[in-house]
Design a protein around this ligand. Structure first.
Ligand code: ADP
Ligand code: MG
Ligand code: ZN
Length: 586
């Protein structure tokens, strides 16, 4: 990539269109009123990059994250055609290397195989706007309730196609999730977007990602000396001497603060909590001691132990501390998993023990010894969204591969098969890991951790769940299938209290759904009243979806199992996944 201007390599050309400038207070083309806030943002963008107004009429803001805002704009082409574009305005504090890296991913790998390409790029001072074709897309939550199995098959196939392409170029996307994979069901069009967190494999074909990687590593070394983790992928300051984006990067060589790592949910994301897991981050509290139970401050040091309290996994978020504690007690009691000291908790450690004469004496206890407190912090890439992070990312494995994207694709598939989104809902890595253990099994997770040099221990064993049973229970097709195959139906599961899918206490409901699944597998639950079932979802399923969802082939679950392989080395690649028999005939 020589200059930003050279990005307009294709036939794209616009003619000046300044008169279309969005005067504040006016309605947009859709006829609906924009909020004052959005209007202001649009005005500010026109001010920051005045050139935009010559070509584009910015209609609306369609996405906002920590690192960018995305706008829908129209432009009159020379041909007289009006075309829609997505304008991604990167936050001015973005590192120039990151910006250039994102652009290079789009220009080199984009434009084919469901990977979004770039049309044009504008820059004024430290404001950069990436112009892409606009792909109108469906909200994932809407898709979940309407998608038929065949459509899910197509969706996954197309997602894997995009992954095969970027992995071929040595790009690890690092943030695969529905809001970054746009899908228009009507047009059957797909687009993988958002390379803002992308990293290169050691043999990446994206030159700038090599630089980004080197910078990240340098930063990691620096960070090893610090004691706290921001998890931010962006270097704190810019020291590069060469402008990577010619004539445009020079002004960006400014020391800037790191923006927070976690992106705000995108459009259509997480406004309705449908997670299977309720989640509480106990680890944010300074004390780390709750009612004599075993959840502890998380130690993110190298060769350290990390506790995850069992009820971190299952407890819904409550508004008060008292409620937290009492509900936790109930849950624990119900499950007969009364934690003794150190029980019902998971522990990760790296069996390093470099301090030969100092011995840790806090292993499997509820405190952190001074040896552990003084350990160096372990740093590994961890950009992305907690619920989609692969176990090796959560365990801070320093050598990560494109397999992390495959795991995330597996989580998307899990959502589609179970009709739950987001499936894993965790605000921190340890909660996310505990949630994974609940589904994939604690023994299995411990084993996978060993393979990457980490020691995980869990005092209470979580059996690996059968993926079909899990998805069918959550989707509500389990009993239908039993009826079809003349197996006895567990009526307690069909006589739930029936909370509406969008009910406020959705989290609790979802947790109940999960515990139900677990318990059905392990020890069928006796008490009817303790079971809440999503009656709405069930009736929807009964009415229309039996024909689609009553017959999910074993191949689907086999592929899911291979995507959610805890071991990144054996986890299926995009290339292989596309050849999986589940996609036969595609
Ligand atoms: P961020 O880094 O802020 O997450 P993204 O590139 O993921 O930025 O874009 C945020 C949102 O903007 C996407 O989830 C999508 O809804 C919308 N968006 C991005 N690019 C396009 C596009 N080319 N066409 C349509 N919508 C887009
Ligand atoms: Mg995004
Ligand atoms: Zn210790």
């Amino acid at each position: 990539m020589a200059t930003l201007e050279s990005l307009s390599k294709d036939s794209f050309s616009l003619h000046q269109n300044g008169q279309l400038k969005n005067d504040s207070g006016k309605e947009n083309k859709g006829g609906y009123k924009l909020s004052a806030e959005i209007k202001m943002d649009i005005e500010k963008l026109y001010e920051a990059v005045p050139h935009l107004s010559k070509f584009f009429f910015i209609e609306d803001k369609i996405g906002e994250g920590t690192f960018s805002s995305v706008y829908l704009a129209t432009a009159h082409l020379k041909s007289g055609k009006v075309e829609k574009f997505a304008l991604k305005h990167l936050i001015p504090t973005s590192h120039p290397l990151r910006i250039a890296g994102e652009l290079q991913c789009l220009t080199v790998a984009g434009g084919e195989d469901n990977v979004m390409g770039v049309k044009y790029c504008f820059r004024k001072d430290d404001h950069v706007v990436i112009v892409m074709s606009y792909l109108e897309h469906d909200s994932f939550l809407d898709l979940l309730s309407s998608m038929k199995l065949e459509e899910v098959r197509e969706y996954m196939y197309n997602l894997l196609k995009a992954l095969r392409r970027i992995h071929h170029f040595g790009i690890i996307h690092r943030d695969i999730k529905p809001s970054n994979f746009l899908y228009n069901g009507r047009l059957k069009r797909y687009a993988l977007v958002d390379f803002g967190l992308a990293q290169g494999t050691p043999d990446t074909k994206i030159e700038l990602l090599k630089v980004v990687k080197a910078e990240d590593q340098q930063r990691s070394c620096l960070k090893n000396k610090s004691t706290t983790s921001s998890g931010n992928q962006l270097p704190n300051s810019i020291t590069t001497s060469k402008p990577l984006v010619q004539h445009s990067a020079d002004k960006m060589h400014i020391k800037r603060p790191c923006p927070p790592m976690q992106a705000k949910p995108g459009k259509g994301e997480s406004s309705v909590p449908r997670s299977v897991f309720g989640e509480r981050n106990m680890n944010v509290r300074s004390t780390g001691i709750f009612e004599g139970t075993s959840v502890k401050k998380v130690k993110q040091n190298e060769s350290s132990e990390i506790y995850i309290g069992k009820w971190d996994i299952v407890n819904p978020t409550r508004s008060t501390k008292t409620a937290d504690i009492s509900s936790r007690k109930i849950l624990v009691a119900k499950r007969k998993v009364m934690p003794s000291k150190g029980a019902s908790s998971c522990l990760i450690r790296k069996p390093n023990m470099s301090q030969s004469n100092l011995t840790c004496d806090c292993y499997a206890t509820d405190r952190i010894c001074s040896v552990c407190l003084s350990r160096r912090q372990q740093v590994a890439p961890r950009a992305g969204t907690p619920g989609f992070r692969a176990p090796e990312v959560l365990m801070k494995c320093p050598h990560q591969t494109s397999a992390i994207d495959m795991w995330s694709a597996g989580v998307v598939f899990l959502s589609l098969l179970s009709a739950r989104y987001p499936f894993f809902k965790a605000s921190d890595d340890l909660t996310a890991l505990a949630q994974i253990m609940t589904i994939r099994g604690s023994k299995e997770t411990i084993h996978a951790a060993k393979l990457i040099g980490k020691a995980v221990s869990c005092s209470k064993e979580c059996p690996k769940l059968d993926l079909r049973t899990l998805c069918e229970r959550l989707r509500g097709t389990h009993d239908l299938n039993k009826r079809k195959s003349n197996q006895p139906v567990d009526d307690s599961l069909t006589s739930g209290t029936g909370t509406a899918p969008d009910a406020k206490d959705d989290k609790t409901k979802n947790i109940t759904s999960l515990s139900q699944t677990q318990e059905v597998q392990n020890q069928p639950r006796k008490e009817k009243e303790s079971i809440q079932w999503n009656a709405d979802l069930k009736s929807k399923v009964k009415a229309s979806d039996v024909k689609n969802w009553g017959d999910v082939s074993d191949l689907a679950y086999d592929l899911l199992d291979k995507l959610l392989d805890l071991n990144p080395v054996t986890r299926i690649t995009a290339e292989k996944a596309l050849k999986h028999p589940f996609f036969e005939g595609m």
